[in-house]
Design a protein around this ligand. Structure first.
Ligand code: 13P
Length: 255
């Protein structure tokens, strides 16, 4: 295992929070706090905030991402946003397959795969989310499920395209609950994801893939989680809405 072979990426996922003016204010506050980061810093924001966020982040090390993308290039899909639209708007990253999308909006492993391919083909970087529910964990399915979700999401993704894929292990029971996975649980889950990538693409390739942990990561627990060999960063919900807390996590990842 060698953490040095891959990028550390701290990404915020704002979910359905912040209006455009609030987005601008938060990014303006964050910019100086994360300016000397020794990791990649990304904020994934609601579609409506993208223009304001890109303007506010200009000249800084903060990259802007979206929270979803449709898999079709264009057409009669009311309310959806295509990968080309995001690309032209200046978006660099997109979250795909978040458990909230799977849970509330009928996202399946197949649509996660299609969205991933659409994002990669448009030149976006995909942050693909996987994770087990508490029930699945208690039944002993965590490893099987994480490997299945990972392989399904990456179906037909080439080895070259994998360089633009980040996988986020987000145990559903840890999201927004204040219950964080222990450092070892996070490391283990991320390890299953990496093992799935190794089974599909080879161990050498798997060593290069950034695997984030997400689920109640905050200013207090980030350092421990990020110290683990398989944890190459974080996907941060609640704590990414507070400039100071987010910057502390970025600092923990920069050590
Ligand atoms: P919280 O950090 O609020 O638990 O959310 C995690 C998450 O879902 C990030 O995508």
């Amino acid at each position: 295992m060698n953490k040095a072979t891959r990028k550390t990426v701290i990404a915020g996922n704002w979910k359905m929070n912040k209006t455009p003016s609030e987005a601008k204010a938060l990014i303006t506050e964050m910019k100086p706090l994360v300016a000397d980061a020794d990791c990649d810093v990304v904020l994934c924001v609601p579609f409506i905030d993208i223009a304001a966020a890109i303007e506010a982040a200009e000249g800084s090390n903060i990259k802007i991402g979206a929270e979803n993308v449709h898999f079709k290039a264009s057409g009669a899909y009311t309310g959806e946003i295509s990968a080309d639209m995001l690309k032209e708007a200046g978006v660099e990253y997109v979250v795909i397959g978040h458990s909230e999308r799977r849970q509330y909006f009928g996202e399946t492993d197949q649509t996660v795969n299609l969205r991933t391919l659409a994002a990669l083909n448009a030149g976006l970087k995909a942050i693909v989310c996987v994770g087990e529910t508490l029930e699945q964990r208690e039944l002993g399915y965590t490893e099987t499920l994480l490997k299945y979700q990972t392989k399904m999401a990456l179906t037909n993704v080439t080895k070259e395209q994998l360089a633009n894929v980040i996988i986020a292990y987000e145990p559903v029971w840890a999201i927004g609950t204040g219950v964080t996975a222990t450092d070892d649980q996070a490391d283990e889950g991320n390890g299953y994801v990496r093992a799935a990538v190794a089974e599909a693409y080879g161990a050498d390739v798997a060593e290069t893939v950034t695997v984030q942990y997400g689920g109640s990561m905050n200013a207090k627990n980030a350092e421990g989680l990020l110290s683990k060999v398989n944890v190459d960063g974080g996907l941060i919900g609640g704590a990414s809405l507070k400039a100071e807390d987010f910057s502390i996590i970025v600092k923990a990842a920069s050590k």
